[in-house]
Ligand binder design. Structure first.
Ligand code: KIV
Ligand code: ZN
Length: 533
């Protein structure tokens, strides 16, 4: 068996690529950059920023992330196709540590039905893909897609060939979440036993969660010698998602005995803030009982458990909540708090804001909130920052709502919006099945955007009667899902903010599409003219 690598496990985060690919999780450029900065702070080793050939947006995102973050490697995905690889190379050209990640399916089912190619051709294309990527960057990763269902000997043959062609990382994906921990461990062991040049590359794994085993499979692969894990924050990703970054990191940190002392370089206390950020920008709610970052992950309801934890935390807690960045809620500020205290608290909560942003928040929404609410908790401040520094592009801004409702009456809402660019205000009223429906209808009349509500959830950010309410919703616009989020002590206002966010995102998408179409038309006209010349 070839010698296995040391104990350091590289974390390859694909939140911005595989994660963003999942329905309802799309992010705009500003949001992607915000997440990339957070991943940098978190300490991940590699950020897969996108799949440049798929759209101009993806290309721009990879390029912008590569220019923005300097410590981690920035990877761009490409099929083993020349135009994909060249586009990926262009996207990572300005990155301090660029990587091109090429992939090609190797399993029989993909070969026969999707690609209609023989093994020999797959082998040839894989090697050619790696060579082409290698001519642009030194750091090349190859993934035999659907590796978990590939014949072990053919997989070993491909892995050996791509390493010989210059791949510095070979990633073994369980693309469809088919593997079991024991089976996947054997796949990795087989490679270590049958690929003579395996020590020249890092062996990575990329597991999907269709059977809920993505994290277990990734960890079994680490036990077998894999030294790069591919994962996403909150486990977002295609279908049931990817292996959850926070779960892998904390499993290795909490149980070194079970994983031979393997460790990552992730700053675990950044896990919770990063999870919140990704949830906010994607609009994908983290389930309450989600391991490590869920709301209940450190909650003890049962008397026996609570009593045990009070006597000795480790009776029922295997991780210290502070180790993942969770703080117990405590009173921090009120209406008499000063700007300095506010700035200090923001810093402690991990926000890096400019002086202007701090001042705008303090004199505006914070003062307003402190007037409405006697006690301002950490969670209130987090919600406030997240709400005010909304990264969704603003076409319309909410000025105000007035709602009349009551038993037996017809709920009516009057909504006033401001066009962010023209600074003009518009107002309209509508009736609805309930007050929230009336608000949404009034907004549809004002903006001309009609969405179909698919999901609507309210939760309170902190406890008590004056708690802020957070509304998260998902709406359909044609085939696309768009998410929205709003926070306020008034749940109708929170609903209005969430719906307006979804409307703004839809409008931004439409404007972008129009710009791309216009560019395409101009390009076609220009090439038509030059052909005629
Ligand atoms: O799931 C998968 O196989 C992938 C590859 C592109 C690595 O996402
Ligand atoms: Zn994947």
């Amino acid at each position: 068996m070839a010698a296995k690598a040391g104990k350091r496990v590289l974390v390859f985060d694909t939140t911005l690529r595989d994660g963003e690919q999942s329905p309802g999780a799309s992010m705009n450029l500003t949001e992607k950059l915000e997440v990339a900065r957070a991943l940098d702070l978190l300490g991940v080793d590699i950020i897969e920023a996108g799949f440049p050939i798929t759209s101009p947006d993806d290309f721009e995102a990879v390029r912008a992330v590569g220019r923005e973050v300097k410590r981690p490697t920035v990877a761009a995905l490409a099929r083993c196709v020349a135009k994909d690889i060249d586009r990926a190379a262009e996207a990572v050209r300005d990155a301090a540590k660029p990587r091109i990640h090429v992939f090609l399916a190797t399993s029989r089912i993909h070969r026969e039905f999707k690609l209609r190619k023989a093994r020999s051709e797959i082998l040839r294309l894989s090697v050619e893909g790696v060579r082409r990527a290698k001519s642009a960057v030194a750091d090349v990763q190859f993934s035999p897609e659907d590796a978990a269902r590939t014949e072990p000997d053919f997989l070993a043959e491909v892995v050996e060939a791509v390493i010989a062609a210059g791949a510095t990382t070979v990633n073994i994906p369980d693309t469809v979440g088919w593997a079991t921990p024991d089976g996947f461990r054997r796949v990795i062991e087989h490679l270590f036993e049958h690929v003579p040049n395996i020590a020249r590359a890092v062996i990575a794994v990329h597991c999907h969660d269709d059977l809920g085993m993505a994290v277990a499979n990734s960890l079994a692969a680490v036990q077998a010698g894999a030294r790069q894990v591919e994962c996403t924050v909150n486990g977002i990703g295609e279908r049931a998602g990817n292996a959850a970054l926070e779960e892998i990191v904390m499993a290795l940190a909490t149980r070194p005995d079970a994983f031979g002392g393997c460790r990552t370089a992730v700053r675990t206390e950044r896990l919770y803030p990063t999870s919140r950020l990704v949830s906010r920008v994607t609009g994908m709610v983290v389930q309450r009982n989600k391991a490590v970052v869920g709301e209940n992950a450190f909650a003890h309801e049962s008397g026996i458990h609570a009593d045990g934890v009070l006597k000795e935390r480790t009776t029922y807690e295997i991780m210290d909540p502070r180790a993942v960045g969770l703080k117990t809620s405590r009173l921090v500020l009120g209406k008499h708090s000063g700007r300095h205290q506010f700035r200090q608290r923001l810093k402690e909560l991990g926000f890096r804001l400019t002086s202007k942003q701090v001042d705008d928040l303090f004199f505006g929404p914070f003062k307003e909130l402190a007037d409405r609410k006697k006690e301002v908790f950490d969670e209130d401040i987090e919600a406030l920052v997240e709400n005010e520094l909304v990264t969704a592009p603003e076409v319309w801004r909410l000025v105000g709502i007035q709602v009349a409702t009551g038993t037996g009456g017809m709920p009516t809402a009057t909504v006033e919006l401001e066009n962010a660019e023209r600074r003009t205000r518009v107002r309209d009223a509508a009736t609805g099945d309930g007050p929230v429906d009336a608000i949404f209808r009034a907004m549809e009349r004002l903006t001309g955007v009609a969405l179909k509500l698919a999901d609507y959830q309210i939760r309170s950010v902190t406890g008590g009667k004056e708690a802020q309410g957070e509304v998260r919703l998902e709406a359909q616009c044609g085939k696309r899902t768009v998410a929205g989020r709003g926070v306020s002590t008034d749940i109708l206002e929170a609903s209005a903010k969430a719906y307006l966010m979804a409307i703004n995102r839809t409008l931004a998408r439409r404007m972008k599409k129009r710009r791309v179409n216009r560019k395409g038309r101009r390009g076609r006209q220009a090439s038509g003219k030059s052909k005629r010349k």
